[in-house]
Design a protein around this ligand. Structure first.
Ligand code: NAP
Length: 157
């Protein structure tokens, strides 16, 4: 509902109702919303059930912390876009420090942190490189200690 700057705080009813119509015609199975505020998520859910929200979220951009928790309680998936920072790749001493401790790469640690945030997080990190793909998949197998997680939490606060 917005642009690269983030969500535009306006009603999504007209656009969302078009999707609801397409769903009733059998052309769409499930509905989701993207680049939205918590208020717009509530507005959409007042019109029809949604299965997924896709918003910008990563170690450094934590605006949706509360929204993610609420969606998890209601069984709705959250897909962070720009999970690795998108056009401005994540860079942080704390991230590099934790990665060195785990003998992993910073990007795989950033993905492991996202997966640890909440059970409703669903990741689609973008890459054009097979080596990065393997690295990113390895993130799913990394286990972060509470100490690692606390250090990483500090990046976005
Ligand atoms: N709903 C929306 O409004 C919206 C907006 C933006 C994106 N999205 C979606 O969100 C998903 C992720 O977005 P994104 O791909 O733009 O952002 P991203 O996953 O945060 O970042 C992708 C960038 O990170 C690099 N990268 C990937 N793995 C890496 C690694 N292991 N080490 C170093 N660099 C690495 C990629 O370069 P290489 O190609 O060199 O690996 C690419 O430049 C996509 O599915 C996209 O379609 C949705």
């Amino acid at each position: 509902m917005g642009d690269a700057e983030g969500p535009r705080p306006e009603s999504l009813a007209e656009a969302f109702e078009t999707l609801v119509d397409l769903r009733q015609e059998g052309l769409i199975r499930n509905l989701g919303v993207s680049n939205v505020t918590a208020e717009q998520v509530a507005e959409a859910r007042g019109i029809a059930p949604i299965v997924c929200v896709q918003n910008m979220y990563n170690l450094a951009h934590r605006h949706d912390d509360d929204l993610i928790d609420r969606l998890a309680t209601d069984g709705i998936a959250y897909v962070p876009f720009f999970p690795l920072g998108g056009f401005t790749p994540l860079q942080s001493e704390a991230l590099s420090g934790v990665a060195a401790r785990l003998r992993a790469t910073p990007m795989s640690v950033a993905l492991a942190w996202l997966l640890r945030c909440s059970p409703n997080i669903l990741l689609i990190p973008g890459t054009s490189s097979t080596a990065h793909l393997h690295e990113n998949i390895a993130g799913a197998g990394l286990s972060l200690s509470n100490e690692d997680a606390a250090e990483l939490d500090g990046i976005g606060h």
